[in-house]
Write a protein that binds this ligand. Structure first.
Ligand SMILES: Cc1cc2nc3c(=O)[nH]c(=O)nc-3n(C[C@H](O)[C@H](O)[C@H](O)COP(=O)(O)O)c2cc1C
Length: 192
């Protein structure tokens, strides 16, 4: 079949430079690092699961102070905030640990992790202690493959749930849940 003469069905072209806004993947997270002297936080919207077994892909670039700590220690914590923390999370992503103690400035509380020296974020409902599993794509794409080592969850802090960056400073919250577990015939083992 050729599509050359088919009706465009209402589609107009979308800017190719903005397509990340359509597929902005995981929840907005904060990344906690410890450089040997000070703990720091950054905000991250480009993240995704890479494999079952806690492999996580995360974009952290050299424009971030956090990049140096991640490079030198090979460790971080991924902290998942609820949308109730959105304003503070955006503040964290618009200031640098080079000149700001963001824990103090944004009223966030470091809490000890067990495997890594970077602290958990007490206000977040989930925290994943991570080590760097693979840094081969960092130079080309700033893509770190992290391995979750231990994770912590506090349902009481989940509030209205995680939220997503739409790529332009607007955010969407998780809305309703559609339960289609009975249709996951090929992936039944995932639905337990
Ligand atoms: C909503 C949002 C999402 C962001 N996502 C990313 C990201 O995925 N990767 C990244 O390197 N920086 C991202 N940033 C930018 C960093 O959070 C920002 O550069 C921050 O100031 C880094 O802090 P640091 O210099 O203390 O490490 C994001 C910022 C915001 C506000």
């Amino acid at each position: 079949m050729t599509t050359a003469n088919l009706d465009r069905q209402g589609f107009t072209e979308y800017p190719i430079s903005d397509v990340h806004r359509l597929i902005e993947p995981g929840p907005v997270v904060m990344v906690s690092t410890f450089d040997g002297h000070r703990a720091n936080l950054m905000t991250n919207g480009f993240n995704m699961p890479v494999a079952h077994g806690a492999l996580i892909g995360l974009i952290v670039g050299p424009w971030d102070h956090s990049y140096d700590a991640l490079r030198s220690t090979g460790e971080c914590v991924i902290a998942i905030p609820s949308i109730d923390l959105a304003e503070r999370v955006v503040g964290v992503g618009n200031t640098s640990g080079r000149d700001t103690d963001k824990w103090r400035r944004f009223g966030l509380t470091p809490s000890p992790a067990t495997v890594v020296r970077a602290p958990l974020v007490a206000e977040c409902f989930a925290n994943i202690e991570c080590t760097v599993a693979d840094d081969r794509l960092v130079d080309d794409y700033h893509l770190w493959i992290l391995r979750g080592e231990r994770a912590w969850f506090d349902a009481a802090k989940r509030g209205a749930g995680e939220f997503h960056h739409r790529g332009d400073g607007t955010f969407s919250a998780n809305a309703s849940t559609v339960d289609l577990r009975d249709r996951m015939n090929k992936w039944h083992h995932l639905t337990r």
